[in-house]
Design a protein around this ligand. Sequence first.
Ligand code: PMP
Length: 330
Amino acid sequence: MAIPLQSRLPEVGTTIFTVMSALANAHEAVNLSQGFPDFDCSSRLKELVTHHMKAGHNQYAPMPGVPALREQLVRKFEQQHGHAYDSEKEVTVTAGATQAIFTAILALVHPGDEVIIIEPAYDCYAPAIHMAGGKVIRVPLDIRGRDMDTSLIAAALTEQTRLIIINSPHNPTGVCFSESSMQSLERLLADTDVMVLSDEVYEHIVFDDKVHYGLAKYPGLRERGVVVSSFGKTYHNTGWKLGYCFAPEDLMTEFRKVHQFNVFSVNRPMQHAFSDLLAEERSYDDLSAFYQEKRDFFCRAVAGSRFDFTASEGTYFQLLDYGSIAQEPD
Ligand code: PMP
């Protein structure tokens, strides 16, 4: 007898990444569909992980993360954005950015709340909002202006709006939100109790003269914001699933209430290894140059084709417009 199941996510099937990767394997095609780096991670980092496993760091880490790593993350973040979060109370190490995003949404969104996402949006936001009982409100990215459009966000705000999810550098368009749009979001939310979740996993992959304007730079956004990032994108090890998030103490307290029952704590030897590596490394500029060379190579190769495109400003994605080839919906 089949058990009658009621799906938590009736609209959701297998993710497009799994479908496309299987098709690419079956047809021996180059797999351009799933965003992950296929470069080896640093041998120093591997040495450090091995060292910490052999040194016996193989039991549960503290719930919010290894203290030395949290201190290094706070130091790195302050150097980058000019704001020092409290390493005890305002940073948590997570099982990748995905878990941080899921946990933040579960902690902050209540049934009936509205959550604004900017479309096209990374695929884990909407299902997490649904599972929290929230309602997804979709606002399009200004693709021609290559920015978020805060006038559309303003028009979407209601009494029920609880959270806005932003993502810059943006997956999949490679757009970096401008300083003026971040300032305009800050002004827009000043007299509201709307929170902001800022997915900044591509913070260190920014091209040409573009700058990554992180949420924490803006006091009015920082006080209502959770900033999420991931080691996977910066250190070529998406398979290690290690990420982290920053938030003011009141938000982080709620985040940790969910985090402790979601995973409790995450991979300990790798946390020690990253803590050592962050203490040794001080600059991330090489990563942008590394990817920019590849972006330029790819764009030169596609330039003669029927795809239309604007070169990506950040991330390791390059969006192509197939409008002159087919009219199929995406
Ligand atoms: N946010 C965005 C925008 C991403 O592209 C990804 C990974 N593709 C994630 C979050 C998830 O990061 P992680 O692998 O650390 O869970």
